[in-house]
Design a protein around this ligand. Structure first.
Ligand code: HEM
Length: 546
C-alpha cells in the first residue's frame, strides 16, 4: 500500500481497505472522471444552447418576436439591473409588445409573455391543465415556506382544500379593520418627527411599521408577535430583533439575494449555501420556522393561526402545510400591501389629484353617518375604491404571474394558433397588460390614456373593468390571490385613517428621484417623506384640497 489516502468500508464482516494509488490505473481514472465531465458538458450544451436555440426558432417561425439582445445567461438579464436601479421591475422589458406573445431567454430558460387581455384570459383558462406554477420565487422567498400554496403545482399537496381554508381563515373583516385602524393611528403618531415648525414622516418607515404590526397581529395575535429573536443581521452582528422585523427583513433580503446576476441565471443557486450571505439567510430561515412552529402550539383566539389550524386539523392536513401557509399569509400582508399603499399615498398627495382627495374625504365622512360596520361600508365607497383600483392598475406590486407549460398545447388568439412546447415558461405580465391600450379600449372607449393616472375610468366602467381580463392586480382564475379581500381591506382602511386626519401635508421626494423613477412595487426603493403641520398650515407647502 503506497497511497496515503485510504477508506475503511465495513462490509458487514471486516473492513475492506481501498487505496487510491495502486488499485486504479490511469486509464480507469480518465474513464471515471472523463465520462461524467464529457456527459455533463454535452448535456449542458444540448439543454442550454442547442435546445434553447431550436425552441427559439420554433417560436420565431410562429411570428413571435424576442426581446432585443436576448441570449442565454447574458442578454436581456443584463438590463434588469439597470431597470431595478430606476425602480422599475423587469417586466418593463416587455412594454413594447411587438407581437401578441413576446419572448426572451430568462437565465437558462425560454420565457414567453402574454400582454393583452384575450391571451391572458386564454392562459388563465389553461391553468391547472396545460399550464401550472413554476416560479423562481421558490428559490428566494419561497425558502421561508417551500410547501406553501404560491410555490406549488395545483395537483400537489392538497392544493385546493388548503387554498379554500386559507381564504376562510382570513375572512374576519371586522377584526382586521379594527387592527388596521388602531395600528395605523399608532404608527402615524409614533413615527412622526418634529422638523422645524412642521412634522415629518418617512413613508417607508411608516408603512413597514404598520404592515408588520397589522399583518403579525392579524395572523398570530399580539402576544405572540411581541417577542424578540436573537438573529445575525446583514452586517454580521447578532442582535435581539422583534419577530416581525426579522421575518420582514429576511423576506426582503431573500428577494434581493435571488435577484443577483447569477441567481437570476440559475434560480436554484440562490438556495445553495455557497456564500456567507446564503448561509446566514439559511440560519435565519431555520430560526423563523422554529419560532412559527412554537407559536402554533399556543395560538391566540380569533387569529388566522387559530382558525386555519382548526380547519386544517379537522381535515387531517399535515402540520407543515399549516405552518407554511401561515408564514405565507404573514409575509403576503407585508410588501404587497406596503407597495400598494405607498402608490396610493403618492397619487393622493400629488397636487394634480387634489380633487380626488377632497372627494374621498367627503365620501368617507358621509359613510360615518350611515348604519352598518365600517369594514362593510368601505367596500361600498365607489370613489375610494376607484382610487385604489387605479393605483393598482398603474403600479401593480406583483407584476408577473410565473407559470410554465406542463405539456404541449395550443394557445388560440384571433384565429391564430400558437403551438406551445412543454417546459416553456409562459407568464402573464400584469404590468404590460395594465398598459395595453388596445385591450382596455375594447371595454372603455372614451377613457383617458392609460399613461395617465385617472380613477375616473373605474368610477365610470368599474364593473366591466373588474370583471374583465384587462385588470388583474390579484391574478385571475384558479390561482388568483386568496388574500384579495384581506389585502384590499388593509389598504382601504389605512387610507381611511390617513385621509380622515385631514392633514395639511405635502410630499418631500428625494432630489435624485425623478417622476419616472417614483414607481412603487415590491422591488422598488422609491420613497418620499410626508411633511405636515398639525397646528396650522405652513405657508407655501400646504396642499390640502380647497
Ligand atoms: C394588496 C395586496 C396584495 C396583492 C396586490 C396581491 C397580489 C397577488 C398576485 C398577483 C398573486 C398571483 C395570482 C396568480 O398567480 O394568478 C397572488 C397570489 C397569492 N396571494 Fe396575494 N396579494 C395581496 C395580498 C395578499 C394577502 C394579504 C394574502 C394573505 C392571505 C395573500 C396571499 C396570496 C397567496 C397564498 C397567493 C398564491 C395563490 C396561488 O398560488 O394559487 N395575498 N397575490
Amino acid at each position: 500500500m503506497n497511497s496515503s489516502t485510504t477508506w475503511n468500508i465495513t462490509n458487514g464482516y471486516e473492513p475492506v481497505i481501498i487505496g487510491l494509488g495502486d488499485s486504479l490505473p490511469l486509464g480507469k481514472w480518465a474513464y471515471y472522471i472523463g465520462v461524467p465531465v464529457v456527459t455533463t458538458t454535452l448535456w449542458g450544451v444540448w439543454n442550454y444552447v442547442l435546445r434553447l436555440l431550436l425552441l427559439r426558432r420554433w417560436y420565431e417561425k410562429q411570428g413571435i418576436n424576442f426581446v432585443d439582445n436576448c441570449y442565454a445567461v447574458v442578454g436581456a438579464e443584463m438590463r434588469v439591473t439597470k431597470l431595478q436601479e430606476e425602480n422599475k421591475s423587469h417586466d418593463w422589458l416587455y412594454m413594447e409588445r411587438p407581437t401578441n406573445l413576446y419572448g426572451t431567454l430568462r437565465g437558462l430558460t425560454l420565457q414567453l409573455y402574454t400582454t393583452n387581455a384575450q391571451l391572458c384570459s386564454e392562459l388563465v383558462s389553461k391553468t391547472g391543465k396545460q399550464v401550472d406554477r413554476n416560479t423562481p420565487a421558490l428559490h428566494s422567498v419561497g425558502r421561508l415556506s417551500p410547501s406553501a400554496i404560491p410555490f406549488q403545482s395545483m395537483h400537489k399537496l392538497r392544493f385546493k382544500e388548503r387554498k379554500a381554508n386559507l381564504t376562510k381563515s382570513t375572512r374576519d373583516n371586522k377584526r382586521l379593520f379594527e387592527i388596521v385602524e388602531r395600528q395605523a393611528n399608532a404608527s402615524l403618531n409614533d413615527l412622526k418627527v418634529k422638523d422645524g415648525s412642521s412634522w415629518r414622516i418617512d413613508v417607508r418607515d411608516l408603512l413597514e411599521h404598520w404592515t408588520r404590526s397589522t399583518s403579525g397581529e392579524f395572523v398570530w395575535g399580539k402576544a405572540n408577535i411581541d417577542r424578540f429573536l436573537e438573529v445575525e443581521e446583514i452586517d454580521g452582528v447578532v442582535r435581539n430583533v422583534p419577530f416581525m422585523v426579522v421575518l420582514n427583513q429576511t423576506f426582503t433580503e431573500l428577494r434581493f439575494y435571488s435577484s443577483r446576476f447569477w441567481n437570476r441565471v440559475c434560480f436554484p443557486l440562490a438556495g445553495m449555501p455557497l456564500t456567507k450571505e446564503a448561509r446566514r439567510l439559511n440560519r435565519n430561515i431555520n430560526l423563523l420556522r422554529g419560532v412559527c412552529t412554537e407559536m402554533m402550539s399556543h395560538p391566540e383566539d380569533g387569529t388566522v393561526a387559530a382558525l386555519l389550524q382548526e380547519i386544517n386539523e379537522s381535515q387531517n392536513m399535515r402540520e407543515v402545510f399549516t405552518l407554511d401557509d401561515l408564514i405565507t399569509a404573514t409575509f403576503a400582508g407585508l410588501d404587497a400591501v406596503k407597495s400598494t399603499v405607498m402608490g396610493c399615498l403618492y397619487h393622493l398627495l400629488n397636487p394634480d389629484n387634489a380633487y380626488w382627495r377632497k372627494a374621498i374625504l367627503e365620501e368617507l365622512n358621509s359613510l360615518e353617518g350611515q348604519p352598518g360596520s365600517m369594514d362593510v361600508k368601505l367596500m361600498q365607497a365607489p370613489i375610494l375604491n376607484s382610487f385604489v383600483w387605479e393605483s393598482l392598475r398603474f403600479e401593480p406590486p406583483g407584476s408577473l404571474i410565473n407559470n410554465a407549460a406542463v405539456k404541449d398545447f395550443d394557445l388560440n388568439y384571433q384565429g391564430h394558433t400558437y403551438k406551445i412546447k412543454a417546459g416553456t415558461r409562459i407568464v402573464t405580465s400584469i404590468h404590460a397588460l395594465h398598459q395595453n391600450e388596445d385591450s382596455w379600449r375594447e371595454i372603455a372607449d372614451d377613457m383617458s390614456p392609460l399613461t395617465k393616472f385617472d380613477p375616473g375610468r373605474f368610477l365610470k366602467y368599474g364593473d366591466k373593468l373588474l370583471g374583465s381580463s384587462c385588470f388583474m392586480p390579484f391574478g385571475k382564475g384558479p390561482r388568483r390571490c386568496p388574500g384579495q379581500a384581506a389585502g384590499a381591506l388593509m389598504v382601504k382602511s389605512f387610507l381611511k385613517v390617513f385621509i380622515q386626519k385631514d392633514l395639511e401635508c405635502r410630499m418631500d421626494i428625494p432630489e435624485n428621484q425623478t417622476k419616472d423613477s417614483s414607481r412603487f412595487h415590491v422591488y422598488s426603493k422609491a420613497t418620499f417623506d410626508i411633511l405636515f403641520n398639525e397646528e396650522e398650515p405652513v405657508e407655501g407647502v400646504a396642499m390640502k384640497p380647497q
